[in-house]
Design a protein around this ligand. Structure first.
Ligand code: PFF
Length: 460
């Protein structure tokens, strides 16, 4: 039952910008470069591209279809599409797990979005100038150890996001991405040019595109898949909800390709912004999560115009983070609004307060609550503090679980005629290829990933 007529995107382009905004985030600019660094470069990149092409695009199409068919958020969408099926309650439950996933992701994502805002400020005020390597480590550690700093910046990220969401699709989300996305692309291009001028281009090309297949292990495959799903915003209600606002005359396959292409392009370009700097300065490629917050500030400090480009770099991260947090926040608000529980501004307020509490716990888990363990049922989870646990459960386990069932639903449960009509490819070879991937390949591969994940083969 729909209580509210949902607002729609004003065009396919508006959707595309918002969906790219969702996909392009910390996953591309913060995580992708360091994962490529840790996994040996070219072979990982090649694997990643394969996953995006064969699973990413078909799965974005799947989630957009579930959302747009009845133009409803996940619980109501699954409920409506499963009308008359015995298993309907189960599918509504899947709708519910879809809604819970972005909540879990925001529990840690808001904290990292806060770090990026803090670093923009620190760069502008020169707090990261004249430092040597060990000192940026200290600055980072001091931030982590300070509940007040972490919560202050996280709160700012929550406020900005809730404010944008409260204004609605056209006046809020569209306006925000119309400003933030062009700035994001502009900064990214500037950074790449700057980085290339400082040398290291040949090494970067070699590193990113010369595959050394000996570097590929079972774990690399899992890592590439997890990274691709997270980067494409799959399994987290976002694509379903953004799809539910998509006008019926827009082509789902075309838009899915557009999102996947732009997201992957930005991830690769982020590599070209970061790696040349690392190569020219003879630094370690595999410094992991420290790469952006500890290693880069030292280098910016030593390079010509480093402070300006340092500010731009962290602004880029902050913009990318905010266009993703809005997409993670929207499913909750959309659901509350659709159920007629409260208006959008009130829903944004309540969701904001709830998420602030969750992200607050995450922030505290790096200092005062660092010993607290919420779950201990396996050795892997028992070792994790609240923030790591949220990441582990939502960004990995739940995302995979939701994607698996989205594939099963579209492939095996939903009326073929409805699917055909929504995808709009006719009963063509391309449609059959897509359906085969969704029906057979996705359940086997994603099912195996979930098994591998819980068997402890996927570490983060
Ligand atoms: N794709 C975003 C990133 O790469 O940072 C993260 C994300 C956004 C995941 C939205 C899931 C989602 F629904």
């Amino acid at each position: 039952m729909t209580h509210v007529t949902q607002e729609k995107w004003s065009s396919g382009m508006a959707f595309l910008l918002a969906a790219i905004g969702s996909a392009v985030g910390l996953g591309n600019i913060y995580r992708f470069p360091y994962i490529v660094g840790q996994n040996g470069g070219g072979a990982f990149v090649l694997l990643y591209l394969g996953v995006v092409l064969f699973f990413g695009i078909p799965l974005i199409m799947t989630e957009l279809t579930i959302g747009r068919r009845r133009q409803l958020p996940p619980i109501a969408a699954y409920g409506a599409l499963a009308e008359g099926m015995k298993s309907r309650p189960f599918w509504k439950l899947i709708g519910f797990t879809n809604i819970m996933t972005p909540i879990g992701i925001l529990g840690f994502y808001f904290v990292i979005a806060g770090w990026t805002l803090n670093y923009v400020y620190s760069m502008i005020t020169g707090q990261l100038s004249n430092l040597v390597e060990g000192q940026t480590q200290t600055v980072f550690a001091e931030m982590m150890n300070s509940p007040v700093t972490l919560i202050f910046w996280m709160t700012l990220a929550v406020l900005i996001t809730a404010f944008i969401i409260s204004r609605g699709i056209k006046a809020g989300l569209e306006k925000a991405v119309n400003v933030l996305m062009p700035m994001l692309f502009f900064i990214l291009v500037l950074l790449v040019i700057y980085s290339l001028f400082n040398g290291g281009i040949v090494e970067t090309f070699k590193f990113m595109f010369y595959p050394d297949f000996s570097k590929i292990t079972g774990e690399t495959v899992l890592e590439a898949t997890g990274q691709a799903f997270f980067s494409l915003s799959l399994g987290s209600a976002t694509m379903m909800v953004y799809g539910s606002y998509l006008p019926k005359n827009e082509s789902i396959p075309k838009l899915a390709c557009g999102v996947a292409f732009a997201d992957t392009f930005v991830a690769l370009i982020a590599g070209f912004a970061v790696f040349p700097i690392i190569f020219t300065n003879g630094l370690d490629l595999d410094s992991g999560p420290n790469l952006v917050f500890v290693t880069l500030p030292v280098i910016f400090d030593q390079m010509p115009f480093g402070q300006v480009f340092g500010i731009l770099f962290f602004m880029l991260l902050a913009f990318a983070a905010i266009t993703s947090t809005i997409s993670l926040f929207e499913p909750t608000v959309s659901t509350l609004e659709e159920k007629g529980i409260c208006s959008r501004p009130v829903a944004s307020l309540f969701a904001g307060i709830g998420l602030w509490c969750l992200a607050g716990l995450s922030a505290l888990s790096m200092n005062v609550l660092s010993d607290v363990r919420l779950l201990t049922f396996t050795e892997t989870v028992a070792g994790k503090n609240i923030m790591d646990l949220l990441e582990y459960m939502s960004a990995n386990a739940m995302m995979l679980f939701n994607t698996l069932f989205a594939g099963i639903f579209i492939g095996w449960m939903m009326n073929r005629k409805d699917v055909l009509e929504e995808i709009g490819l006719g009963d063509s070879l391309l449609f059959k290829f897509w359906l085969t991937i969704i029906r057979f390949v996705v359940p086997v591969v994603v099912g195996y990933l979930i098994y591998a994940f819980f068997a402890g083969k996927l570490s983060s």
